[in-house]
Design a protein around this ligand. Structure first.
Ligand code: 3PG
Ligand code: MG
Length: 394
């Protein structure tokens, strides 16, 4: 893979596609992990005198300008972390952006507004994406792919722009690919995959290929509920993607006995609030008016034991609503087991990375903390990520 180390950048306009999709809290960046992860590439480019244009998305604003999803707070945080001004013209390919780019000099940084304010970014129509990609590419001399977390998306800025111009990988992407490759071949076994989180639909089709690759798949978070329902259990008012129940049943059938492990106890409460009275119930006795918000202590201990004796662990998705203290224990237990054993450990995903940081884990205690959730999950299944396929081969 060609990287920024292989190309001249001084005085050139370099378009960097980053993944700066970070959680916001009241208009402020709540976890800046993905911004920090983008610094090595941006620092190198500015240091070498490139004129840097950063483009990224935030959330899913649905193709129209919605200022709740503005990248303005992200630009401000990036400026703090870089220790230099980041100009934020407030549009993507319009007059203001053009003017800011034209006015930039060596070492300057311009950040464009949320790419997903334009419906063409995520369009299924090649022409529509292509037209937008032409506009994005036009002021730039070089494209740098550094938004690993979005590289599984066939989006204009991820896929179509690099097809149009000289394109290389940034240091984040290089590091991600280097680490994640260890989960695609000659895997040290037992290979344990831990899956959780709330974005169930995004990740559910990973089970098919993970069953063929992993020795054990431990399932927590909202991801567990379609499986519990497929087993004939009731999940009360828990967050449930009912459309996934049939698939869950198929996966249980496809897997070897015991290969997919589900929680046997659940922490339930009437609502998702830190002060809601909560208790632990067996997974087959979730009351009709309660929702599951974490895996229970027995499940956490069982998952931790499996992780502790693994050779390789990949973890995507928290085990519960870790942001609320009463529902953080399952996620903490998995994190502790991952940092305490001798396995090669990978944590993947914006939320999971945010979870380990919020719970006070040292990122260095893991083998690799990936900025990509869906992207890392697709990569370890051996799938070709559109954003990687579009880069120039070296
Ligand atoms: C993510 O957070 O998963 C990436 O930034 C990609 O975002 P998306 O899932 O909305 O495409
Ligand atoms: Mg995603």
């Amino acid at each position: 893979m060609k990287t920024i180390g292989d190309v001249a950048v001084e005085g050139r306009c370099v378009l960097v596609r980053a993944d700066l999709n970070v959680p916001l809290d009241n208009g402020r960046v709540a976890d800046d992990g993905r911004i920090r992860a983008s610094l090595p590439t941006l620092t190198e480019l500015t240091g070498r005198g490139a004129r840097v244009v950063v483009c990224a998305h935030l959330g899913r604003p649905g193709g129209r300008e919605d200022l709740r999803y503005s990248l303005a707070p992200v630009a401000a945080r990036l400026a703090q972390l870089l220790g230099r001004e980041v100009s934020f013209p407030g549009d993507i390919t319009g007059q203001a952006a053009r003017a800011a780019i034209a006015a930039s000099g060596p070492g300057d940084v311009v950040m464009l507004e949320n790419l997903r304010f334009n419906q063409a970014e995520t369009s299924k129509d090649d022409m529509s994406r292509g037209y937008f990609a032409d506009e994005l590419a036009s002021p730039a001399d070089l494209y740098v792919a550094d938004g690993f977390g979005a590289m599984h998306r066939r989006h204009a800025s991820v896929y179509d722009v690099p097809l149009r111009m000289v394109s290389v990988a940034g240091y984040l992407v290089q590091a991600e690919v280097g680490a994640l490759r260890r989960l695609t071949a000659e895997i040290r076994r037992p290979y344990v995959v831990v899956l959780g989180g709330a974005k169930v639909a995004d990740k559910f089709d990973a089970f098919g290929s993970l069953i063929a690759r992993a020795d054990r798949i431990l399932v927590g978070g909202a991801m567990a509920f379609p499986f519990l329902v497929a087993r004939g259990l009731k999940t009360g008012t828990s967050l449930l993607e009912a459309s996934q129940v049939d698939a869950a049943a198929r996966y249980l059938e496809q897997a070897a006995p015991g290969q997919i492990e589900l929680p046997s106890d659940i922490v339930v409460a009437a609502g998702m609030a830190a002060d809601a009275p909560h208790r632990v119930v067996p997974a087959d006795a979730i009351p009709a008016d309660q929702m599951g918000l974490d895996i229970g202590p027995e499940s956490a201990a069982r998952f931790a034991a499996a992780v502790g004796t693994a050779g390789t662990v990949f973890w995507n998705g928290p085990m519960g609503v870790f942001e609320l203290t009463p529902f953080a224990a399952g996620t903490r237990a998995v994190g502790q087991a991952m940092t305490g054993g001798g396995a090669f450990t990978v944590v993947g995903g914006g939320d999971t990375g945010a979870a380990i940081r919020a719970l006070g884990f040292d990122e260095k205690a893991f083998g690799h903390v990936s900025t990509g959730g869906g992207a890392s999950l697709e990569f370890i299944q051996g799938r070709t990520l559109p954003g990687l396929a579009a880069l120039d081969a070296s």
